[in-house]
Design a binder for this molecule. Structure first.
Ligand SMILES: [Zn+2]
Ligand SMILES: [Zn+2]
Length: 254
């Protein structure tokens, strides 16, 4: 499995894009502004999108991508997410006010997008990869994903905060090779991180002690402008861990 990081920033700015991962050129995990760098040919190859949660930085690219696909695809782009996330995207994005309802266009019989409920802890197989969602703690209903390629197990937590369920679920996995986890704020913003349900380096370092596996860590979702402070604080808080700070364009093989 080849994962290309289209975006992994906690915000936008020159060279920064929000969360979207391109898996084997055919699947997306989240559809933030990173999607907007794909060519029409690349967009039309994508068959399925899995969403972690409904926040704008993870779904806004869907709106523009769907609009681009008229005349380019002869089957709907399948959007997979929990019932709560699908409802939020229906009610607040594809509602004919913010954007057209592309589940009805160009016709209800041949729509551009279709919604598919994915229940946490259930495994779906897409393009020979096994995806299992698991609940995480954020300000809205949110999940992370385990992707088992047969040769490696990769986990993306999405946006999350300290939560016993996260560690007990990850510890229940027989194998965990690579863990992409967020650390959005520097330690000085720990109160903001607590109310917005994001990690700081200090909290992540403390929480990771509960993890029974020793995966390679890929750190993501740093707030623009806070990257240097977060990197500096991780030197201490994540000492002993094999980790890297993800950047747009990075490739993860699993
Ligand atoms: Zn979020
Ligand atoms: Zn986010």
């Amino acid at each position: 499995m080849r994962i290309k990081v289209l975006g992994c920033s906690g915000g936008v700015g020159p060279g920064l894009r929000t969360t979207s991962l391109l898996v084997d050129d055919e699947l997306l995990i989240d559809a933030g502004t990173g999607v907007c760098d794909l060519s029409l040919a690349q967009m039309s190859r994508i068959s399925d999108v899995l969403l972690t949660h409904s926040h704008l930085d993870h779904v806004c690219g869907l709106a523009f991508m769907a609009d681009n696909l008229f005349d380019l695809i002869d089957r709907p782009l399948r959007i997979h997410a929990t019932a709560e996330t699908l409802q939020a995207v229906r009610d607040h994005v594809f509602n004919w006010i913010i954007w057209p309802d592309f589940t009805q266009l160009p016709s209800p019989e041949h729509p551009l997008i279709s919604f598919h409920e994915l229940k946490p802890r259930e495994t779906v197989e897409l393009r020979r990869l096994k995806f299992t969602g698991f609940e995480v703690l954020h300000t809205v209903p949110a999940v992370g994903y385990v992707i088992d390629s047969g040769s490696g197990v990769f986990v993306f937590t999405g946006d999350t905060y300290a939560d016993e369920r996260l560690w007990s679920f990850l510890n229940s996995l027989p194998r965990l090779d690579r863990l992409m986890i967020e650390v959005a704020f520097p330690d000085e913003d720990s109160e903001l991180a607590r109310v917005s349900r994001h990690f700081t380096p200090e909290l992540l370092g403390r929480e990771l002690k509960k993890l029974a596996h020793r995966p390679k860590l890929f750190l993501t979702h740093h707030k623009p402008g806070a990257e240097r402070a977060i990197e500096q604080e991780c030197l201490t808080s994540l000492a002993g861990w094999d980790y890297s700070h993800l950047k747009r364009g990075d490739i993860i093989l699993s």
